[in-house]
Design a protein around this ligand. Structure first.
Ligand SMILES: Cc1cc2nc3c(=O)[nH]c(=O)nc-3n(C[C@H](O)[C@H](O)[C@H](O)COP(=O)(O)OP(=O)(O)OC[C@H]3O[C@@H](n4cnc5c(N)ncnc54)[C@H](O)[C@@H]3O)c2cc1C
Length: 624
């Protein structure tokens, strides 16, 4: 439905304002040092406290423009002011990988080593982003980025770090009944919106991907799509065959890995464009990609339908996904790491109390501490010269230069060629290859879950909308924080997905770039209007009013989201040691390379493993 801004509550006063880069603005022209500015402005009160900031977060305004202008677009660097600071190690990027690198460095070389971590955001953690809401009268936490701990994939290195941080995954599991909505009791629902499908229609009981018991087959009559599309889908879901029976096992594997899933749906599944559209964005959350970019094997592995056409079946248990999760996701991991590096930031905090403990951000960048974390600081130049590493970074519109004995680049790799121009050409080409997949995670605090309860859902796929899914963020009662699934009070609704590129772009890398551009070009009002309209249309029949019942909105944009994992349809098969990430992460003088990109794998545990490797690769030279 077309609502006026007034109807949607766009003119209602809620917390959605972007706090500008206070520290940057304050320091501009005042001649004070970055660490002093950060200390004066980032106190632990709830007006300037970074996790409470709403509006555009993730890549927030002010965090990326410097890198784009000076590093990417080649604007001549301002003359840097040399800083009289000496560090053993400078780490570029305060994501999980950068923070873990500081931990491993201390472990290897001693806790008295001087470490500086620089990050362009106003909060640490990178993708491990904590969204706090207080507008409902008490603390409500939501995930702003990475959140699942997929512990069954942990290496010994990662498990050991979890143990050091006091993270007990079985205990996290016991205290959680949040299930992403995917196989939770009320998670099976598809919401068709009027703008795309002509009528608003909620169909409960089925999913577009998931276990056999969530098949849409018994529900197809309710779908607001043409009779032709329904007939095609009915035949597709009902058919039990093996369309590849004539192929040898090698040919079969080749087909599954070299054929696009959408081609398969069309040629083997008999689905026309209208029926295929239903699945267009179904992998936005899990892959950050259009489903059409995936091979048959990748899409089936992600739970999309079609196993019945290749003579295979799935068990219900294949969809079990028993992750460990904190109420603010892996921001708790980032916070535990920061507390270990700078204990005075939250004295005595443990994994049991981390979720509810305020951090004193004024402790982050104190010269008397062994580890300093300097936020809102965008590195624009890094060079290895005569056994030392020279760095230039921007803070508050000014450039500062400093020197360290060694450096770990824990930022995403595609920016590195711009800021380390002296790297070998082949290494820079390999780093440029790592174009990340964009992700979007918008949290909306609503007054009560009652409308969801009345509709009998706790989440829904939204195949026609900007965000491809939404779910209630509750049922995680870990880390000293309680937000029961049946709590009647305010609750965050998480809108989850990526952004489709404009139609007509064929090249995979161009699609990613177009999605990213679209993500950065949409305004806060665009995102706000979208989530308000969706909630009004979906929940309005259950008494929800967007004007009355929305308390706060936080949009986490991640234009550089998931690391590029090699894809069947788009990447060659690399020889051992020749894959771009293996070339990209080779040590260069006293500079080594971490970040999940270094493992070509979009996981928190990869970010940790790559940090351990990057620190192990640092030579002992230059340390004394
Ligand atoms: C929305 C989302 C959900 C995810 N969910 C999961 C999940 O559930 N489970 C999982 O295991 N993984 C998940 N991931 C993958 C996630 O990327 C990794 O888990 C991990 O957090 C990556 O950490 P990192 O330190 O390698 O990179 P990042 O978190 O990206 O940290 C790198 C930091 O370096 C900064 N930086 C870049 N350039 C500069 C510069 N020039 N100067 C200074 N700083 C710079 C960046 O801005 C960033 O803050 C998710 C990712 C996203 C985006």
């Amino acid at each position: 439905m077309n609502y006026s801004d007034f109807d949607l509550g766009m003119t209602t006063k809620i917390t959605r304002r972007d706090l500008l880069q206070d520290a940057g603005l304050i320091s501009l022209g005042l001649g004070i040092t970055p660490s002093a500015a950060a200390a004066t402005t980032l106190g632990a009160d709830h007006t300037s406290y970074p996790p409470t900031r709403t509006g555009l977060r993730g890549s927030h305004p002010g965090s990326f423009e410097g890198a784009h202008a000076y590093a990417r677009d080649g604007l001549p660097h301002p003359k840097p002011q040399p800083l009289d600071e000496a560090f053993d190690l400078v780490i570029v990027g305060a994501g999980i990988s950068g923070l873990a690198a500081a931990y491993y460095y201390q472990k290897r070389f001693g806790v008295d080593r001087k470490i500086l971590i620089l990050d362009n955001h106003d909060d640490f953690g990178g993708h491990a982003k904590r969204n706090e809401f207080h507008q409902g009268g008490r603390l409500q936490l939501a995930i702003g980025g990475t959140h699942n701990l997929e512990y069954w994939q942990f290496s010994e290195t990662v498990s050991a770090l979890m143990q050091t941080l006091g993270i007990d995954i079985p205990k996290l599991r016991q205290q959680t009944d949040f299930n992403y909505g995917r196989n939770g009791a009320k998670g099976r629902a598809i919401w068709f919106d009027a703008e795309t499908y002509g009528v608003n229609k909620l169909v409960t009981g089925c999913s577009l991907k998931g276990p056999p018991s969530s098949s849409p087959l018994p529900y197809l009559d309710q779908f607001p799509i043409s009779t032709t599309a329904k007939t095609e889908l009915r035949a597709f879901y009902k058919r039990q065959t093996d369309v590849l029976a004539h192929l040898s096992s090698a040919e079969r594997a080749d087909y599954l890995h070299t054929t696009g899933y959408f081609d398969f749906l069309e040629s083997k599944g008999g689905l026309g464009a209208e029926a295929r559209q239903l699945f267009k964005t179904a992998c936005h959350g899990s892959w950050g990609l259009e489903t059409a970019c995936l091979s048959v094997a990748e899409a089936l592995d992600d739970g999309l339908p079609g196993l019945n056409l290749i003579g295979e079946t799935a068990a219900e248990s294949d969809w079990d996904y028993p992750v460990g999760i904190f109420p603010d996701g892996n921001a708790s991991i980032a916070r535990l790491l920061v507390q270990r590096l700078i204990p005075s930031i939250a004295p005595g905090v443990t994994a049991d109390t981390i979720a509810t403990t305020d951090f004193d951000y004024s402790q982050l960048d104190r010269p008397q501490n062994a580890v300093q974390i300097r936020l809102q600081s965008t590195v624009i130049d890094v060079a290895h010269q005569k056994g030392a590493v020279h760095l230039t970074y921007l803070f508050g519109g000014k450039a500062f230069a400093l020197k360290a004995k060694q450096c770990v680049m824990a930022c995403y790799h595609s920016v590195i060629p711009y800021i380390c121009p002296t790297l070998p050409a082949a290494q820079k080409a390999a780093q440029r290859y790592q174009v990340k997949y964009p992700l979007l995670l918008t949290n909306v605090l609503i007054r009560s879950r009652a409308p969801f309860t009345e509709l009998g859902i706790d989440g829904a796929a939204c195949p026609g909308r900007l965000h491809s899914a939404l779910f209630l963020m509750n049922g995680v009662e870990t880390g000293g924080y309680a937000q029961a699934s049946d709590d009647p009070g305010p609750v965050p609704v998480t809108f989850w997905g990526s952004l489709s590129p404009p139609d007509g772009i064929e090249n995979f890398w161009d699609k990613l770039r177009a999605s990213r551009t679209r993500m950065l070009n949409l305004t806060l009002e665009d995102y706000e209007r979208e989530v308000r309209s969706v909630l009004q249309d979906l929940l309005g029949p259950a008494g929800f009013s967007a004007k009355r019942d929305i308390l706060a909105i936080t949009v986490n944009r991640w234009p550089h989201g998931y690391s590029h994992e090699y894809l069947d349809l788009w990447d060659p098969k690399w020889e051992e040691g020749q894959a771009p990430h293996e070339i990209a992460r080779q040590r260069f003088g006293n500079i080594t390379f971490a970040n999940a990109d270094a493992g070509a794998s979009a996981y928190t545990h990869t970010a940790i493993e790559e940090a351990a490797r990057a620190v192990a690769e640092l030579g002992a030279q230059g340390l004394h």
